[in-house]
Design a protein around this ligand. Sequence first.
Ligand code: INI
Length: 156
Amino acid sequence: MSTVTTIAGQLDAKGLKVAIVAARFNNFIVDHLISGAIDYLERHGLDATGITLVRVPGAFELPLVCHKLAASGQYNGILVLGAVIRGATPHFDYVCAEASKGIAQCMLQTGVSVGFGLLTCDTIEQAIERAGSKGGNKGIEAAAAMLETIRVLEQL
Ligand code: INI
């Protein structure tokens, strides 16, 4: 193992500029993802002035705004937060598919680290579990992944 060249990202957010794009739909869940993510980033050295929060109507609007922010060249990373909860119609499937596909495309097209903090849940209970209760907080996990990837990309 000693001869293996290993590139890994430090979880140090000092000096970065990060944009958080968050859906207002299901805000009672999304607000917990936002506060968890901001708390995580600040505890890892990011000054609050380095964080820009952009609100969009719903998950379907996340890719467009994510792409505009990433392409602006002003941010080291983008964190996408939202919650899609299954209803009585197939609407859920279309919103989840387009949002996740668009967010992945944004990351690949711009080369900017994007944290994927979009909950896709069958029930409200599943969403609550993942927004700061027994399933942890997916906003924090996505912030950590975005940060680690920023620091990896810097070394490549
Ligand atoms: N948007 C969400 O973020 N979560 C949902 O659960 C959701 N559902 O279930 O409908 C949702 N729909 C709105 C969608 O994202 C768009 O904002 C809307 O279609 C207008 O473009």
